[in-house]
Write a protein that binds this ligand. Structure first.
Ligand SMILES: O=C[C@H](O)COP(=O)(O)O
Length: 247
């Protein structure tokens, strides 16, 4: 039986309202995806409201790329989970390695944000992944295990997705071997089952890092890979469509 999958795009700091002219094509992909395949797009905060409006009544889910851990208050420039929800988001990405590196987000920060997102009614995609030096040092699994333990809150696992993104594979065109992906996804699965029991078996574990048309089929069929978190190749429907179709 074909497995359930999520193909999620992450536009990062890209896109203006002009780019939403193409959103109907993304929604069409979601509507035509095979049974069991969900399609989602995380967009900059400025686009969430319009993207959610444009994709209402379609199967495309719209989400944010981060949120603050507080509901409101004196936090200039920040956006709360409740605000994302109010704008029409149904989920948010949290703990992306770019935020861990650029904004210094710790596992505890991600944990607090995840609790806030869940409380606001958002589903969560929590990102984990090792740097190149950590992989070279042979500590990739322990780094990811620590990130998981510190970032993932106790929660309804139906609302939780994990994205494994080796930092050195993001935007570089380099990907781990299928065997390396399998080893890490099996490791993450074991950690989820140890933490959540049987409920941990059904949490989707996405692979992210230079996913594109040419490698999607191979990566999506690796053990315990439940979909993909796609950056650069989610910016145009022409690049994104073959990935959804490979799922
Ligand atoms: O969130 C997405 C990932 O960072 C992957 O980005 P990429 O597909 O451009 O390598």
């Amino acid at each position: 039986m074909a497995k359930n999958m999520l193909i999620a795009g992450n536009w990062k700091m890209n896109g203006t309202h002009a780019d939403l002219a193409g959103l109907g094509a993304f929604a069409g992909l979601a509507d035509r995806a095979r049974d069991g395949v969900s399609v989602a797009l995380a967009v900059p905060h400025t686009l969430v409201f319009s993207a959610a409006q444009l994709s209402a009544d379609t199967s495309l889910s719209i989400g944010g790329e981060d949120c603050h851990h507080k509901e409101s208050g004196a936090h200039t420039g920040c956006v709360s989970a409740a605000m994302l929800r109010d704008a029409g988001a149904s989920f948010t990405i949290l703990g992306h390695s770019e935020r861990r590196a650029d904004q210094g987000e710790s596992d505890a920060d991600v944990h607090a944000k995840a609790e806030a997102a869940l409380a606001a009614g958002l589903d969560i995609i929590i990102c984990v992944g090792e740097t190149e030096s950590e992989r070279d040092a042979g500590t990739a699994q322990s780094v990811v295990g620590t990130q998981l333990a510190g970032s993932v809150p106790d929660c309804d696992t139906a609302r939780l997705t994990i994205a494994y993104e080796p930092v050195w594979a993001i935007g570089t065109g380099r990907t781990p071997t299928p065997d390396d992906v399998a080893a890490m996804h099996d490791h993450i699965r074991a950690a989820l089952v140890s933490r959540f029991g049987e409920a941990g078996e059904s949490v989707l574990i996405l692979y992210g890092g230079s996913v594109k048309a040419a490698n999607a089929e191979e990566l999506l069929h690796v053990s315990n890979v439940g979909g993909a978190l796609v950056g650069g190749a989610s910016l145009t429907v022409a690049d994104f469509a073959p990935i959804v179709e490979a799922a």
